[in-house]
Design a protein around this ligand. Structure first.
Ligand code: PMP
Length: 457
């Protein structure tokens, strides 16, 4: 079977992949995946990869996790679909379980099929509830690719020259490594950046400076009343950027003073990915008005959700909101099993322990190589920012990034890339990895850096 697939692979790969489905491929030669199990993927030639990207932080408990697969199979034999104009037990069991993971007053749930759809819905809710239009996001963030959410997204790679983003504004991303302010003690991470804090000793001004930028957006770009602020607890596509302590807390206060609601985009950071908390926002001492989620919610099965308060739901409930596949019985059975499995497998604890272990290991590697500027993150949401040299902190150019990336893949590990300039390696594996996997990756990554340095310096 493998050799047949292998032949097929040789025959169609460029024709089909590049002409028929012109999708994104990170690699020079597309990796043709055949099968997955937990933290492992196999290609059509039978090569095994340690998957440290998890389909962009999506496979939460492991590829084809046996318990989740069994739950899916059971539901597939019983009921595939009705619409949610009826009641059916997988839906009702699931929303009960999901609501229990969130604090009061976040108790009303709308199910969608993707993160973009969830963020679209959240934008609409915020605008209807507040009667205001303008929305603020962080520069460098990604919140979706639909025409509405493309306006929230602040990364030109994902923008098209169409009339998008009416009423969407960006404030400076409070990036304490690449930004003008902040440094070693600004953020909440098991490890610190090597950049010394640029603030006077004992007096961290970074947060005030970045909040000052937000105030400038209020003064220059938006009317006095706004609809919402959208922010991820730790930036995902933007490169695992962590903000100074209190940045989100202070932002929420200012946004609410201007009539806006606060939206936490937990598409990547939810479901235990940050390790210390089940929801990323809980690590910031804040309470959002709306939380959006997708990716890890159903371990890779298409699903998303918006969770909000009864008050906001009441403003939204004046119209009819309908979504054919939202709350699909199979998706609900899978998502329900994901929550059970997370408890049984101790997924959040693994994320916390393995995340901290990887961050410690990566920070040692960072200290060895001039081209690693920063290692950051929490739990299994990790970023390694690559630079030309530590002093300039200029992004490592794409060709160099690609060389290290390809080499890492050739040695059997899949990681991701991100950041506005594609300068950050992203590590966000299925949350079932072991210490052996972490050690294997650290050895492979160290070797890839070594190979690059020997070839170019
Ligand atoms: N928000 C965040 C933070 C994301 O990372 C993504 C996807 N990368 C989205 C929203 C959009 O999700 P989807 O691709 O499921 O539409």
């Amino acid at each position: 079977q493998t050799s047949f697939l292998s032949l097929m692979h040789q025959f169609i790969q460029f024709k089909m992949i590049l002409e028929i489905i012109p999708n994104v491929t990170y690699y020079k030669k597309p990796v043709f995946i055949h099968q997955g199990h937990m933290q492992w993927l196999w290609d059509v030639d039978g090569r095994r990869y340690l998957d440290l990207f998890a389909g962009v932080a999506t496979v939460s408990v492991g590829h084809c996790h046996p318990k989740v697969t069994a739950a899916a199979e059971k539901q597939l034999r019983k009921l595939w679909h009705t619409t949610n104009i009826y009641v059916y037990s997988p839906l009702h069991e699931y929303v009960d379980k999901l609501a229990a993971t969130l604090p009061e007053p976040l108790k009303v749930i709308y199910l969608t099929n993707s993160g973009s759809e969830a963020n679209d819905l959240a934008m609409l809710m915020a605008r209807l509830h507040t009667g205001n239009f303008d929305i603020i996001t962080l520069r460098g963030s990604y919140h979706g690719g639909s025409p509405q959410t493309m306006g929230l997204t602040s990364n030109s790679a994902y923008k098209y020259p169409i009339a998008i983003g009416l009423g969407c504004h960006n404030t400076m991303c409070p990036d304490v490594f690449a930004g003008p302010w902040g440094g070693s003690h600004c953020r909440d991470s098991p490890i610190q950046t090597i950049r010394n804090c640029s603030c006077p000793q004992g007096l961290c001004m970074a947060n005030d400076k970045y909040i000052g930028q937000l105030k400038e957006v209020f003064a220059t770009s938006v009317p006095s009343r706004i609809a919402a602020f959208f922010g991820e607890p730790i930036m995902g596509v933007g490169g695992a950027v962590q903000y100074p302590k209190n940045f989100l807390k202070d932002t929420y206060k200012l946004v609410r003073e201007r009539g806006g609601v606060c939206i936490a985009d937990e598409v990547q950071t939810g479901f235990g990915r940050t390790g210390s908390h089940f929801w990323g926002f809980q690590g910031h001492d804040i309470m959002p008005d709306i939380v959006t989620m997708a990716k890890g919610i159903a371990n890779g099965f298409p699903m998303g959700a918006v969770v909000t308060t009864h008050e906001i739901a009441a403003s939204f409930g004046r119209g009819v909101h309908f979504n054919t596949f939202g709350g699909n019985p199979v998706a609900c059975a899978i998502a329900s099993s994901v929550l059970d499995t997370m408890k049984e497998d101790g997924t959040q604890q693994i994320s916390h322990e393995m995340g901290t272990y990887l961050l410690m290991g990566l920070s040692k590697i960072r200290d060895k190589y001039e081209i690693i500027g920063d290692v950051r993150g929490k739990g299994l949401q990790i970023g390694v920012e690559m630079v030309k040299d530590k002093a300039s902190r200029e992004p490592l150019p794409p060709a160099a990034m690609s060389e290290i990336f390809e080499d890492t893949k050739d040695m059997g590990v899949l990681i991701g890339k991100g950041g506005v300039y594609g300068q950050t390696f992203r590590i966000k594996p299925p949350m079932c990895i072991t210490k052996d996997d972490a050690d294997f990756f650290l050895a492979v990554f160290n070797q890839a850096l070594n190979n690059y340095m020997e070839a170019h310096h």
